[in-house]
Design a protein around this ligand. Structure first.
Ligand code: GDP
Ligand code: IMO
Ligand code: MG
Length: 423
């Protein structure tokens, strides 16, 4: 099949960027299909760390084309900063980075609206990255949005000002104390738009389908994770796009029958950044160990990530919704040293044990039921094959595979490109 998908199965930050970078040499095209600069995808190679927000993680592979699809929302200001960071690597972005005309633009007032909306929610806030994601997708579905293709029209600034005027009214409506200098934000925005316009805009759905007809292969790179999906995640503590497999079809214009492998990526434990339910969250020294050893701080906001045991009920749910065909387990190395590792294999819900994700997984509704797995002491970070793995890790892998019914094909044992074991 020509199109494979790579999707996060938890609450994001599973290690998607690392694996897309590793796999990028096998594909002609790498494409982002949803989300925007709320994403932070980390790549580490040759002793250097790179964090990408909107640009696909194939950008360092000089043979692949990178497409920012129609389902993505782009903030020209952040995009420009990403491009600037790439500028010393001699990447020909004008020809290897293509942008869909149908992708929506994040305006400065979208960011302000995000901040106003979160402030108005008080303690019920989503914990948004405040990149303007929610308000931009609201304008998309509300049919008011500004798209990349509009920048090629003479009247785009008129459209911009009309939309901004509406946003300013909405910001007032929230009645929160928000100080901002719109003139300065706009100066930065318009300058960044001029830079964006130097890149190549394409009718991406036509481009991609033509490429597929000509035998090209594509890897679609998901952002966020299934439990942050607008429909299937822990609503309302979610993002504003479909992070699941179907999102790749709508976010790129690829028909479902073109999809081949669906790579589902998960951490050997669980993390979540921002608010919302998290049944297996730990508040003890085990959670602190995961946080410390795994360096669990957000790649976009720097916020500490909440940590907990692996939740197999949630993982199985994500596998099902996405039609995952192969699993990739990340950060196995972080679990070295635990005497015993717990995995959630059921929920206690209204006094009964259940094996599925109910409507609400708030802590007052569900508590996790754990199975204990034996831990291992060995340092995994230099291991290169399953045969080298401690038997307890191989048992952990087999237990997960058996529970969710899909094989684990990749085990990541460190953040570097090279610390990737195919099993
Ligand atoms: P993404 O958003 O899914 O691309 O993931 P992030 O980049 O936000 O977060 C993953 C973090 O874990 C990054 O800091 C990676 O460098 C790091 N990482 C990825 N795989 C591994 C691994 O196998 N072991 C360890 N220790 N770190 C990893
Ligand atoms: P990657 O692609 C982890 C979380 C935020 C917040 C909620 C809504 O790096 O895995 P938003 O900014 O979309 O309004 O935030 O979603 N969130 C992420 N958490 N990884 C991400 O992306 C995320 N993108 C958004 O923390 O809880
Ligand atoms: Mg991330």
């Amino acid at each position: 099949m020509a199109v494979n998908l790579l999707l996060g199965l938890q609450w994001g930050d599973e290690g998607k960027g690392k694996i897309v970078d590793v796999l990028s040499g096998d594909y002609d095209i790498i494409a982002r299909f949803q989300g925007g600069p709320n994403a932070g995808h980390t790549l580490i190679f040759d002793g250097q760390k790179h964090v990408l927000h909107t640009i696909p993680s194939g950008i360092f592979n000089k043979t692949a084309l990178n497409i920012v699809g129609n389902g993505v929302v782009i903030d020209p200001v952040i995009f420009q900063k990403e491009l600037y960071k790439l500028s010393k690597y001699n990447i020909d972005v004008a020809s290897t980075l293509l942008i869909s005309r149908k992708a929506h633009l994040i305006l400065p007032t979208h960011r302000l609206l995000d901040a106003a909306s979160e402030a108005a929610k008080g303690s019920a806030k989503i914990g948004s990255t405040l990149k303007g994601i929610g308000p931009t997708y609201m304008d998309k579905t509300g049919r008011n949005g500004l798209r990349v293709g509009d920048l090629e029209l003479d009247n785009w600034e008129e459209k911009y000002h009309r939309l901004t005027a509406k946003h300013l009214g909405l910001i007032d409506f929230h009645k929160v104390d928000l100080t901002y200098d719109l003139k300065a934000l706009e100066a930065e925005f318009f300058q960044a738009v001029d830079q964006l316009k130097k890149l190549t805009f394409i009718d991406s759905e036509a481009y991609i389908n033509e490429a597929l007809k000509n035998g090209k292969t594509m890897l679609a790179e998901g952002a966020q994770g299934s439990l942050l999906d607008i429909d299937f995640g822990t609503y309302p503590f979610v993002t504003s796009s479909n992070t699941t497999a179907a999102g790749a079809c709508t976010g790129l214009g690829v028909a479902p029958n073109k999809i081949g492998e669906v790579f589902g990526i998960f951490k050997a434990y669980t993390t979540r950044v921002g608010s919302g339910p998290f049944p297996t969250e730990l508040f003890d020294e085990n959670g602190e160990t995961m946080s410390r050893v795994g360096h669990e701080f957000g790649a976009t906001t720097g916020r500490p990530r909440r940590c907990g045991w692996l939740d197999l009920i949630a993982l199985k749910y994500a596998v099902e919704i996405n039609g995952v065909t192969q699993l990739m387990m990340m950060k196995g190395d972080v679990l070295s040293g635990f005497d015993s590792i717990k995995v959630c294999t059921a929920y206690l819900y209204k006094g009964k044990e259940i094996k599925h994700l109910p409507y609400s997984i708030e802590s007052e509704d569900v508590s996790p039921v754990y199975t204990d797995c034996k831990g291992w002491k060995e340092d995994l970070t230099g291991m290169t094959s399953k045969e080298e793995f401690p038997s307890e890790l191989n048992d952990y892998i087999a237990f997960i595979e058996d529970f969710v019914g899909v094989p684990i094909r990749v085990v990541s044992v460190g953040p570097d490109r090279k610390q990737t074991v195919l099993i």
